[in-house]
Ligand binder design. Sequence first.
Ligand SMILES: O=C(O)C1=C[C@@H](OP(=O)(O)O)[C@@H](O)[C@H](O)C1
Ligand SMILES: C=C(OP(=O)(O)O)C(=O)O
Length: 414
Amino acid sequence: MDKTVPSGRVKGTLTPPCSKSYAQRALAASLLCEETSVLRNIEFCSDTRSALQCIETLGARVTRIGEETLSIEGGLRPQGHTLRVGESGLSTRLFTPIASLCGTPITIEGEGTLLRRPMEMMTGPLRTLGVRVRDNGGFLPFEVRGPIRGGEVDVDGSVSSQFITGLMLALPLARHDTTIHVRSAVSTPYLDMTIDTAARFGVEICHNDYEEFYIEGGQRYSPACLSIEGDWSAAAMLLVAGAVAGEVTVRNISMLSKQADTAVCTALVRAGAAVINEADSVTAISRPLHGFEFDATNCPDLFPALAALAAAADGVSTIRGTSRLLHKESNRAEAIREEYAKVGIEVDISEEDVMRIRGGKIRPARVSSHDDHRMAMSMAVSALRCDGQITIENAECVAKSYPGFLEDLEKIRV
Ligand SMILES: O=C(O)C1=C[C@@H](OP(=O)(O)O)[C@@H](O)[C@H](O)C1
Ligand SMILES: C=C(OP(=O)(O)O)C(=O)O
């Protein structure tokens, strides 16, 4: 589906969907708890739906007890041999170690953009931990047969943090204690979110500056009742819309969150936008914007939103961490360069790990989403500043994280 987004101003208040990162972690932890947990404020984008399917396949009994509330009776009792993770990188790297707790063979199957994303970081460590792995040259599909036991293991953390998240949630149920030695951890706030989720289910994980993680085996997950936070990655896109084209208040989010993408507020302030932080909302207001510097190494999902911010700012913005974008739903650095070129914005990614964006006039164009939800949202926000309109190809890919994004943007048009 193509979507044409005309230029214009926005003003209003929106509530983003719940954090898909927290939702997937909470679903996994609820599966690993033998008793009944309750998750509130949980909504379903495609990635969260994939995680729900995974926990049901692995034995969780899920009952909807209200519009956005689930009751989950956990316990690993695989009901099938195939986990379908859709396009979710996190579900893949989270549920592969969890499936490895079982003694039966389980195949992990993905689709779409996920089939191009590397999974080889899991193979060696899983084998070291006693899991039989049949992989497909480092890509999905994967077959694992556990049970995973604890021990000492080295993990390359330089491509993604998600497999470490999976190990941290699975290994408390292994028979032995584990020490994970991590080389070059990235996206570290996401590891804090995992430790935070485990703690809410009574499971303790310690680490030494993200280099060594200590996980006691034989723990048990206690039942929890928790509300899933609003999503800061979605909020970031909405706040940038406010900063470039009017004023947007995003409700049900807090700067005190551990989510990586709270960092968008720093970038907004550096670019000259006004940011008002209240107890459970943040507002971004348009002001004359100028080029800014920002390091997105640990919050890579912010890049597409920051590209829209930089495109609307006067002068050159410098964003560090482009190497983190190689294996997302698209090669996001290249996708940003290619699509922003079509609307007349120069993006340079030649220098090591840095993207430079020269802000300016945004021309009407037809652009590709690269089947990447964050690219589609970025181009839609940039359309607000366009001298006409931007048509985004395959814009329905926003459903991966924020199915209602394009409708929400229309709701606040003035
Ligand atoms: O753990 C998570 O919830 C995520 C971690 C990050 O991935 P990497 O660790 O691969 O950077 C992020 O990009 C992704 O959208 C969600
Ligand atoms: C990269 C993302 O998600 P995942 O890795 O879970 O597919 C994302 O949401 O931008």
